[in-house]
Design a protein around this ligand. Structure first.
Ligand code: F6R
Length: 242
């Protein structure tokens, strides 16, 4: 694993964006695995900036996101589709038809997951997977558990996640209780993985995930078994690594 330390969030984002641009330049028709959350926002901003300067062309790129809430429509500003459109896709020249997220409106979980696995398979596989890291070691919505879940599956959100999300919804019944997420096997099949982390609150989990035992109770620890992982973090998130 390569570890790259950046002075702060801005430089972490620039470094991650550099790695993603290198991928696009070397393979214009590449497949990017993308994430939502607060960590990648700066990376997306930097990529948008380089695109607007004329340095980066997304016209050949396909993107496959990690996860989506079950039950939320793409127009709902809490959906991950909305997040990706507004924070990234609407500002670059990617063909929206080549941007994929699990279908949150599909009520039949089995079908939603099967369809998404099919999309991933027919895309030819992810060239570069961007990942954020949850405070409990989750990647995508693969939460700590008994076993590493393999392919796309439907997860029940924890009461604390449901509770945290409730502030964004007027009606408590509208708060998503489930989400679709790609599985650990799919993430591990990406040719390259880029993990980005920032903030002192991530320092303990970064250490546990990359230098602790490989265990489903820290889902990201499985990344230790991948042969091309780059971890880019700001100094505070990497502070507990020796
Ligand atoms: C987002 C995702 C999540 C986040 C993780 C970290 O698509 O799959 O696993 O990457 O929760 O979130 P932030 O970046 O907000 O700390």
């Amino acid at each position: 694993m390569k570890i790259i330390s950046a002075k702060d969030y801005y430089y972490m984002s620039r470094m991650a964006a550099n790695i993603i641009s290198a991928q696009i330049i070397m393979k214009p028709h590449c497949v990017l695995g993308l994430a939502t959350g607060s960590t990648p926002i700066g990376t997306y901003k930097q990529l948008i900036h380089w695109h607007k300067k004329g340095d980066l062309d997304f016209s050949g790129v396909t993107s496959i996101n990690l996860d989506e809430y079950k039950g939320l429509s793409p127009d709902n500003d809490q959906s991950y589709r909305y997040f990706m459109n507004h924070n990234f896709f609407y500002h670059i020249n990617i063909n929206l038809k080549n941007t994929y997220l699990p279908n949150g409106l599909e009520k039949d979980s089995e079908k939603a997951c099967k369809d998404y696995n099919h999309i991933i398979q027919t895309s030819g596989g992810v060239d570069l997977q961007l990942l954020g890291l949850g405070l409990n070691g989750h990647i995508g919505f693969n939460e700590p558990g008994e076993a590493f879940e393999k392919q796309t599956h439907c997860v029940n959100l924890t009461p604390s996640t449901i509770d945290a999300n409730s502030r964004f919804f007027e009606n408590p019944d509208d708060v998503p209780k489930q989400a679709y997420t790609v599985g650990i096997k799919t993430i591990m099949q990406a040719k390259k993985i880029l993990v980005i982390v920032n903030g002192a609150n991530k320092a303990d989990i970064v250490k546990a995930a990359f230098f602790g035992p490989i265990t489903p109770s820290v889902p990201a620890s499985v990344l230790q078994l991948h042969n091309d992982v780059t971890l880019v973090g700001d100094e505070t998130a990497l502070a507990k690594l020796d």
